[in-house]
Design a binder for this molecule. Structure first.
Ligand SMILES: NC(=O)c1ccc[n+]([C@@H]2O[C@H](COP(=O)([O-])OP(=O)(O)OC[C@H]3O[C@@H](n4cnc5c(N)ncnc54)[C@H](OP(=O)(O)O)[C@@H]3O)[C@@H](O)[C@H]2O)c1
Length: 259
């Protein structure tokens, strides 16, 4: 069996950048997303750079049988995961009682349920290969987010779950890192319904910067990675800020972002 790095949501944004970084470090990849054309283009680009052509799987991760399909595809390719990168996720901008309920529950399904299932599905293999798990959360995971309430809550889950899993799996030699980026210009904002957003320069990073820091942190066995000095500072200060004040701050920021 060949060891592969499984990356969800590799067809765009941070996932695509992570695919490039892992490939540059010699990992063979197993890339998952719904848009097959995008995955094929990415696989071609990685192969053209002289790396192994990634395996790809076109899959909607919200399908109930998604993990079963992943297992089948891995077995057919004679591959098994050494690293699992749970990156696929989305946000929805707006008041929770106004946004479509089914869409918000789908967000919980992808950001929380699928991430949990994939984090736990391959632990024995990851242990045998002394590999690890990189879960993509967000700075949003450190505070409640009026104006994006379900999204922030879903990322708080990812931070909490991943940090606990880090402790549980450390004695077994499995690295677990939670990556918490600040704003990154990707397709995320369009999907969330934020239009014409101007990004605060100081805390905004490229997908490539985030991917590089995430990779380094995972390989070093770090529990938590907050890419960029400004975001580290912001999250540190948030811990010292009274909850009421933090809530009011986020609310004001989301008001500015309203399309
Ligand atoms: N951008 C930011 O400002 C930011 C900040 C902090 C954290 N994050 C987090 O970073 C992660 C990546 O976000 P991004 O900014 O790179 O967003 P993006 O550009 O919208 O990419 C999202 C990726 O997830 C995939 N995906 C979505 N739903 C899927 C499904 N049902 N099944 C399979 N794949 C699915 C998409 O592929 P297909 O559409 O082809 O399926 C795409 O590849 C997310 O977890 C997000 O919450 C983003």
């Amino acid at each position: 069996m060949r060891p592969v790095t499984l990356i969800t949501g590799a067809s765009a944004g941070i996932g695509r950048a992570l695919a490039h970084v892992f490939a540059q470090h010699g990992h063979e990849l197993f890339l998952i997303a719904r848009r097959g054309q995008r995955l094929a283009e990415l696989a071609d680009a990685i192969a053209a750079q002289g790396h192994k052509r990634p395996l790809t799987l076109v899959l909607d991760l919200m399908r109930a049988d998604a993990v079963e399909r992943i297992r089948d595809a891995l077995a057919k390719a004679d591959a098994e995961p050494e690293f699992v990168v749970n990156n696929a996720g989305f946000g929805l901008f707006g008041a929770a009682d106004v946004l479509d309920l089914r869409e918000q529950l789908a967000m919980v399904d992808l950001n929380v349920r699928v991430l949990t299932e994939l984090s736990l599905a391959f632990v024995a293999l990851l242990q045998r290969r002394r590999g690890g798990i990189l879960n993509v959360a967000s700075v949003a995971g450190f505070l409640p987010g009026p104006g994006m309430a379900v999204y922030y809550a879903s990322k708080a889950y990812v931070v909490s779950f991943s940090e606990a899993l880090h402790r549980e799996l450390k004695p077994r030699g499995v690295r677990v890192t939670v990556l918490c980026p600040g704003p990154v210009p990707t397709e995320f904002q369009g999907r969330a319904g934020v239009r014409g957003e101007s990004f605060p320069r100081l805390i905004t990073q490229t997908a490539e910067q985030v991917a590089q820091e995430g990779y380094r942190g995972l390989m070093a066995g770090r529990r938590l990675v907050i890419p960029g000095f400004a975001n580290k500072l912001v999250t540190f200060l948030l811990r010292l800020t009274p909850r009421q004040l933090a809530l009011a701050g986020v609310e004001a920021r989301q008001r500015i972002r309203r399309p």
